[in-house]
Write a protein that binds this ligand. Structure first.
Ligand code: COA
Length: 151
């Protein structure tokens, strides 16, 4: 798998978990614990996790659940120091490729209604709002459920 210049995208492994935990804590107010990351990697091959590295370490990760025709984006996180360089879009494209290879026909994800950067990323990659879950996140923030058809 290729990534933006100077970066590599590859399958996540057990040794990546501490660095993935750091990315989680830097990226989210309610990050996954390293125990959760262990459980997610243990759920392979149903779950697929990718990391992006620049040689110095893990900068970003993304995960997918591949159970049927609909592929669920489990997480997408880029370390704040590495944002705006195309990593998020690149990882999302890699997830689309994995889903297509598994014969999924669409992608599904949830995003906080107040997460405008992620929302713009998904809209620009043809995700469309299919429903809202009112008050789904802590603090009463709505979840937007977005779907993309894979062609
Ligand atoms: C959302 C996130 C993954 C984007 O990663 P990134 O590597 O910075 O994004 P990219 O550089 O690949 O940019 C992809 C798109 O995001 C949008 N975007 C990126 N930075 C933006 C900014 N500062 N303002 C507005 N939109 C922005 C743009 O639509 C951009 O597409 P374009 O380059 O074609 O214009 C990253 O900000 C992040 O990890 N946020 C915290 C965790 C999170 O919200 N994850 C998503 C949960 S559903």
């Amino acid at each position: 798998m290729s990534g933006p210049p100077g970066m590599t995208v590859r399958e996540a492994g057990w040794r990546d978990i501490p660095a993935m935990g750091e990315v989680e804590r830097a990226a989210f107010d309610d990050p996954w614990s390293e125990a959760t990351l262990w459980a997610e990697l243990a759920a392979r091959p149903r779950r697929h996790y990718l990391v992006a590295t620049d040689g110095s370490g893990v900068l970003a990760h993304a995960g997918l659940d591949l159970t049927g025709e609909v592929a669920d984006v489990m997480t997408l996180a880029v370390h704040p120091a590495a944002r705006g360089r195309g990593l998020g879009a690149c990882l999302l494209e890699e997830l689309h490729g994995l889903a297509r290879d598994a014969d999924a026909t669409s992608m599904l994800l949830e995003v906080r209604a107040d997460n405008t950067v992620a929302h713009r990323l998904y809209l620009s990659r043809d995700y469309r709002l299919i429903r809202t879950r009112p008050g789904y996140y802590p603090g009463g923030v709505d979840a937007l459920v977005l779907r993309k058809e894979l062609t």
